[in-house]
Design a protein around this ligand. Structure first.
Ligand code: BGC
Length: 753
């Protein structure tokens, strides 16, 4: 890959260049292949546009509401389009048998005989669901993230899917944005690691395998930075922040072998991503050498009209293809306009050919030319879904993804007998509320609720009294009274409250990231009984907790943990395992602090713990701190960290130093500990975050055991994107912490010389 230096002036120029054909195709030209060249040479413009078009398959979808337009199509209509070559891929449906027949038509009855790809949003599992991605990120367990992605691919390929629109690698620093649920949270370093693990899991290092899927890191780019956390909104981001914070997880995913990506709905600094030549060509192809394909998000090319960036569909198609968006999803704009745009000379044929070449190249990498029926085996559909191994993995992932925020007087874990439990709340026994957003092929029947999970583990069923108390967003007449009676009867209350699954995910932004009022009222009433309360939160984002919820004896983040939600939680509640989850997003004190993220830059007037409140960077109502910061999470043991020890006080640009700390389990249980390395660059040419995660290690500690955990640090770890958009480290002082969260630990200093 050639070295690339982009000045700010060049950046502006390239943004403007996206309006007209930039005059050259990306430097990272797709490798030429005789078979592919031959196909392209014999294709009509209409067939080329077809290869560059993907549509939802309403004929096999289990949820026609997702796409009513597609649902109206019949099988014969779809076959006719395949025959004519006007579509190149289908998505949002499953079923190996049906896919096989469509594939047969493509390779036997279409002129160019190019196989289709079958895609779907396999976001956190196929039929066996794993925790929502944000929940799973809490495990800080890369091996787990890889294994669940691998299992998701295994099940997806068993139902005839070859391409997943996942993982979502958008860094999300504003918890009002509903899609934070789909990613790895607010931190770039963690996002990079998880992106890599998920790509490895989905693609398995062998794209031709019958049991792997093509991954599609999305949404390129800066979708997680939409203003006000409102979905689809504008992102205004300096190029430095874009490259420092938002782009690295994409680069990590491509370096791990991802061969497709999806544009985002938002505009960045005025240019919608789907028409953004700077993003899709200058950075992606020229700078990074990406050889895969770019697909638009759902009608995102057409939406450039409403953005005010394209005059009409024809203009939108032209801007998208020239910017470097290879496939148009669902809008039909490429079918409708590309042939004519080429004929009129507005879009050079070579631009279209290069996009077709990329698509065919990816199809070839998937092994589809040799084996068009790969992953379309109806037999596997019967044997490879919800296998005992998949269910066990789902349970393991569930218990590793819950985060224990608070545990006063070690109220958790609980005994399995001898205590009366009032299980209260609308999220205690609702199967529909276990899987979370983007469970595209959900199996609610087999989903394990919290109540079921708890009951599975106790022998005397009369020890649990279950009362709903209220609906998620509505009171139930007499509900609170019944709940209070149950609480009075019990020794301990488990209160299952939070968000319903539709409160996070696409188009589910919230203004107040709080517990809905009827549930807050329920919690307040329960608190008045004086009984110990354990809160189990269901949620797709960090929440601003208050009142009786915040003051409960224990709080556990349960996100939406997937098919084995309740069993995984019961494993923790009854202490068969200790929680290992740590927060991948900060819980603010108030919603109004958003966007709040731990790795913010320092102001000139930070408020220290003992400082006066006036004339400091804070709010009238609260210090600008988190209630529970990124990285926080308790286990069932007491873990102590020594002060970090450095192998040397200085390093230069060619060597490295080792930072280590001794971590000791002072408690009585074997636990997993997420040891976190944070660094601050004291003085730099651009102000740097107060702390940044630079490494983490997941270790197991037996009671009384000590382990030395160490991290190698070189100048590369200290580099950031500077004014000239170069990633460089700068000489000077740094502070380092090896700590159990982003706000704890003892600091030590070192210098880069
Ligand atoms: C979402 C994408 C998704 C696509 C296809 C869009 O609405 O933004 O994340 O992959 O639909 O289902």
């Amino acid at each position: 890959m050639r070295q690339f230096k982009l000045s700010r002036r060049m950046f502006l120029a390239s943004t403007v260049a996206s309006v007209a054909f930039a005059g050259k195709i990306a430097n990272a030209a797709t490798p030429k292949d005789a078979q592919i060249e031959n196909i392209i040479a014999n294709m009509s413009l209409e067939e080329k546009a077809g290869q560059l078009s993907i549509f939802a398959d309403g004929t096999r979808s289990n949820n026609p509401n997702i796409n009513p337009a597609a649902a109206k199509q019949g099988i014969e209509e779809v076959k006719e389009q395949i025959r004519k070559g006007t579509l190149g891929s289908l998505f949002s449906a499953k079923g190996a048998e049906g896919a096989r027949e469509y594939q047969r038509v493509a390779i036997e009855e279409s002129k160019s005989k190019v196989p289709l790809i079958f895609a779907a949003d396999i976001i956190h599992g196929c039929e066996t669901q794993f925790p929502i991605p944000l929940g799973e990120a809490s495990s800080f367990d890369l091996d787990l993230c890889e294994r669940t992605a691998k299992m998701a691919a295994f099940e997806a390929t068993a139902v005839g899917i070859q391409w997943t629109f996942a993982p979502m690698v958008d860094v999300a620093r504003d918890q009002r944005w509903g899609r934070v649920a789909e990613g790895a949270g607010e931190d770039t370093y963690l996002g990079n690691q998880i992106a890599r693990a998920r790509i490895k899991g989905f693609q398995g290092g062998d794209l031709t395998s019958e049991t792997t899927v093509l991954a599609c890191p999305k949404h390129y780019a800066a979708y997680g930075a939409v203003q006000g956390g409102m979905d689809y909104n504008t992102s205004d981001i300096p190029e430095t922040t874009l490259r420092d914070v938002h782009l690295p997880p994409f680069k990590a995913a491509f370096d791990a072998g991802a061969l497709s990506t999806m544009t985002s709905f938002n505009d960045i600094n005025g240019v919608p991503s789907t028409g953004n030549h700077h993003l899709l060509t200058d950075i992606l192809r020229d700078e990074w050498g990406f050889k895969g394909l770019v697909v638009s998000d759902y009608t995102a090319d057409e939406e450039m009209i409403k953005h005010g960036y394209a005059k009409d569909g024809r203009d939108a198609a032209k801007k998208s293809i020239i910017a470097g968006c290879d496939i148009s999803m669902q809008s039909h704009l490429y079918n409708l306009h590309l042939p004519d745009l080429v004929k009129s000379g507005e879009v050079p044929m070579e631009v279209v050919d290069e996009s077709v070449r990329r698509v065919l190249y990816v199809k070839k990498q998937l092994g589809l030319f040799e084996n068009p029926y790969r992953s379309l085996d109806p037999k596997r559909e019967k044997t490879d879904i919800r296998t005992p191994k998949a269910i066990a993995l789902s349970r393991e992932a569930a218990r590793k993804s819950a985060v224990l925020l608070k545990n006063d007087n070690n109220i958790l874990p609980m005994k399995k007998s001898g205590q009366k439990i009032a299980l209260i709340g609308p999220l205690a026994n609702d199967k529909y509320q276990t899987l979370g957003t983007w469970a595209i092929f959900p199996d609610y029947d087999n989903a394990v609720t919290l109540e079921k999970g708890l009951r599975n583990q106790i022998s005397n069923q009369s020890l649990i009294k279950s009362v709903k108390g209220c609906e998620i967003e509505k009171p139930i007449s007499g509900g609170i009274q019944k709940a209070v009676e149950a609480a009075k009867w019990a020794d301990v209350v488990i209160l299952a409250i939070g968000e319903k699954q539709e409160m996070s995910g696409e188009a589910q932004s919230r203004v107040e990231i709080t517990i809905p009022k009827p549930q807050q009222d329920l919690a307040e009433a329960i608190a008045k009984t004086g009984k110990p309360v354990i809160i189990i939160l269901s949620h797709g984002r960090a929440l601003a907790l208050s009142g009786a919820v915040k003051d409960a004896n224990a709080i556990m983040c349960a996100w939406f943990l997937g098919s084995e939600h309740g069993n995984g939680l019961a494993d923790l509640i009854f202490g068969d395992y200790s929680p290992q989850g740590r927060l991948p997003v900060s819980f603010p004190v108030y919603s109004g602090q958003q966007p709040y993220y731990y790795n913010h830059r320092p102001t000139g007037r930070p408020q220290g713990p003992k400082d006066e409140r006036f004339y400091k960077a804070r709010y009238i109502e609260t210090d600008n701190v988190a209630l529970y910061s990124f990285g926080h999470g308790l286990s069932y043991s007491k873990i102590e960290y020594s002060k970090p020890n450095l192998s040397a006080k200085t390093l230069n640009f060619t060597n490295s130093i080792r930072a280590s700390a001794t971590i000791t389990n002072k408690g009585k249980r074997t636990v997993k500990e997420v040891v976190q390395l944070y660094i601050n660059d004291n003085v730099a040419s651009l102000t740097r975050p107060v702390r940044e995660l630079k490494g983490f290690k997941l270790i197991e500690l037996a009671p009384g055991e000590s382990k030395e955990v160490s991290f190698e640090i070189s100048a590369t770890d200290l580099a950031f994107i500077n004014h000239d958009l170069q990633r460089r480290a700068e000489k000077g002082g740094f502070t380092l912490w090896i700590a159990p969260s982003s706000v704890t630990g003892e600091a030590v200093g070192f210098e880069l010389v």
